[in-house]
Design a protein around this ligand. Structure first.
Ligand code: PLP
Length: 418
């Protein structure tokens, strides 16, 4: 496998992009006869070799069901699985590993809260607040809950630049608010919301706060104790880890008060036909055999992030975002969508007179991978009155040379219709 992209990183002294790229086998390939430039990182990031190696090692050496076995392989698998939990506790600075629940991903984490906390604590007439820029996975579970429990869903408006209307949020909050569920960093716009201030205000009204950290955990330092959030949901696959694994952090007293999500093995303490008692947290929420291999491999993704340094990743990505935004703004017909002051490395845009899907196809012909469409944020697209956008989202392994290629292709595409 050869590195097809000549990368000279002159931008960020804290990070050696060339050696980072060497860790990602998938980057070293041609797509449609051109070196791959992968800008679909908000959908999912690629996996470093150490994550792939951990998956292989598990199946080759340790494959076993966890927690229940008395044999060596089972204890090794259990030890590795629980090590990931400890590493996640450190990664988000949770007070304890018991407050870290493994899920399939952000979507499952949010559904878990809606179906347990929501089922028990949200009553008729209670209000749940979300925002205009939520991903469908932070809209639909709350709609379903409101429908079941006769609760009311309120939506925080936004400004044209993609920032939340903070004053409107303050007005929506009241003693009727039982839960606020808001995205920390928008996948469609890149906007970073003032989540700490929002949490403090929600708490003043006695409401709980769920942070959708699907994007923010990949780009920012997220400290659940500093934020004082009640829940945080995120996915491993956006953090250089495997698909099918996610995390729900919840405050101990809430998790303990919530009913279980699913019934089955592992989540019980004792089962009798007359009555079942439940396991302690986190196991109460982890019914059945989990995704052992991928959880174990996730630990290696966290080790990759720690080796890079969260701050270095942030600096590099923010340099790339600035570079791309400034450069592409000079293209006639380039229309950015989402220009908030505080953004993660997401550049959403349209090319005037050209359908986003066509832009995506033309970029793909040049080996450039972007996402097009509504990005699972249809209400947000409706708010802007557009069908969708083209989204280039940058990760630690992206380079300015790749962005130059994106720019040159966009110049050619924009020229056709402008
Ligand atoms: N929330 C946000 C902001 C996202 O970007 C995504 C995925 O794109 C999700 C939730 C859902 O994540 P998953 O599909 O991994 O459950």
């Amino acid at each position: 496998m050869s590195d097809l992209v000549e990368v000279i990183d002159t931008n960020n002294k804290g990070i050696d992009v060339l050696s980072i790229r060497k860790e990602f086998p998938v980057l070293h390939q041609e797509v449609n006869g051109k070196p791959l430039a992968y800008f679909d990182n908000a959908a999912t990031t690629h996996k470093p070799a150490r994550v792939i190696a951990a998956l292989k090692a598990y199946y080759e050496q340790d494959n076993s069901n966890i927690h229940r076995g008395a044999h060596t392989l089972a204890s090794r698998a259990t030890e590795h699985y629980e090590l990931t939990r400890t590493r996640i506790k450190e990664f988000i600075n949770a007070p304890s590993a018991e407050e870290v629940i493994f899920t399939k991903g952000t979507t499952e984490g949010i559904n878990l809260v809606a179906n347990t906390f929501g089922k028990k604590f949200i009553r008729e007439g209670d209000e749940i607040i979300i925002s205009t820029m939520e991903h469908h996975s932070n809209i639909v579970p709350w709609q379903m809950l409101c429908e079941n429990n006769n609760a009311i869903l309120k939506v925080i408006p936004i400004f044209n630049n993609g920032e939340l209307d903070f004053e409107a949020y303050k007005k929506l909050l009241s003693p009727k608010t039982k839960l606020v569920a808001v995205v920390h960093a928008s996948n469609a716009l890149g906007t970073v919301n003032p989540i700490k201030e929002m949490i403090d205000l929600a708490h003043e009204q006695g409401a709980k706060f769920l942070v959708d950290g699907a994007q923010s955990t990949a780009h920012l330092s997220v400290d659940v104790q500093e934020l004082d959030c009640d829940f945080l949901a995120f996915s491993a696959h956006k953090l250089y880890g495997p698909t099918g694994v996610g995390v729900l952090y919840g405050k101990r007293e809430l998790l303990e008060a919530m009913p279980p999500y699913q019934g089955g093995g592992e989540m019980i303490s004792e089962v009798r036909f007359e009555k079942t008692t439940y396991n302690t947290i986190p196991y109460k929420f982890e019914a059945g055999t989990p995704n052992i291999a991928d959880v174990i491999a996730f630990e290696q993704a966290l080790s990759f992030i720690n080796d890079c340094g969260k701050e270095n990743i942030q600096n590099h990505e923010s340099y790339l975002l600035g570079y791309a935004t400034k450069k592409c703004a000079t293209i006639k017909g380039f229309e950015p969508v989402g220009t908030a002051n505080d953004k993660v490395s997401v550049m959403s845009f349209n090319v005037r007179n050209t359908h986003p899907f066509d832009v995506g196809m033309m970029l793909d012909a040049s080996g450039i991978a972007v996402r097009t469409g509504h990005h699972c944020t249809q209400p947000l697209m409706d708010w802007y009155g557009i069908e969708g956008t083209v989204r280039a989202s940058f990760a630690v392994y992206n380079t300015t040379e790749e962005i130059d290629r994106l720019y040159e292709s966009l110049v050619r595409i924009a020229k056709r219709n402008n």
